[in-house]
Design a protein around this ligand. Structure first.
Ligand code: HEM
Length: 179
């Protein structure tokens, strides 16, 4: 998993709680690198899971909710750092429509070893989209947070539904955008 994901999580703790709290979480997670991440480095996903479990224990907030909150925050960070990948996109559905064939392709050019999920568009109208998500990491609540963060970025109001499909590691999202 890319370092920018770790550094953004730590920044979220520093911004939303305090730098001391972020240090405590890093210490208690007992990470292989003592919490020294660089944005362009790569680290095992298991290290992220350790951080989330410590956070769950300390705050009582379930990992799924933590991932949602983090996704929302992360979208803002990614949009600020890599705004060029969003150029030409007018709303949240434009973004979701081209994750696999544009946005994450550009991400792959910046970070060749990024662990990216697979998104495929099943259907789209001006106000509704069905999207399939596949990732062995099953970070669908992170995806929900990213979607809501993106909707907020464009000033769109959306409603979402997610269902787990029978195929392994696969989820289907339905997103409605208010016209
Ligand atoms: C609503 C829009 C987006 C959604 C739903 C989305 C979804 C995701 C998800 C769910 C992951 C976690 C990996 C996994 O599931 O296995 C991910 C990773 C990532 N995405 Fe996106 N993404 C969005 C937009 C963006 C944008 C605008 C950028 C801009 C740079 C971006 C860059 C990345 C990066 C850097 C990673 C980390 C890869 C790694 O850990 O190696 N994403 N994305």
């Amino acid at each position: 998993m890319l370092g920018i994901v770790f550094t953004s999580l730590i920044e979220m703790l520093e911004d939303n709680v305090s730098p001391d709290f972020a240090d405590e979480v890093l210490e208690q997670a007992n990470l292989a690198n003592d919490g020294a991440f660089t944005a362009v480095g790569y680290y095992p996903f298991s290290e992220m899971q350790k951080l989330l479990l410590v956070l769950e224990q300390k705050t009582g907030t379930p990992v799924e909710q933590l991932l949602y909150d983090f996704g929302y925050y992360l979208f803002g960070k990614l949009a600020a750092k890599h705004g060029q990948v969003l150029s030409g996109k007018k709303n949240i559905l434009d973004v979701l429509n081209c994750l696999d064939n544009d946005i994450h392709v550009q991400v792959r050019k910046l970070y060749p070893d990024a662990d990216l999920p697979k998104f495929s568009v099943l259907s789209r109208t001006a106000t509704e989209m069905k999207l399939r998500y596949y990732s062995t990491r099953e970070l669908y609540t992170l995806a929900e947070g990213l979607m809501d963060g993106a909707a907020n970025h464009f000033g769109n109001k959306i409603q979402r539904q997610v269902v787990k499909l029978d195929e392994a590691h696969t989820y289907q999202f339905t997103i409605f955008m208010e016209a």
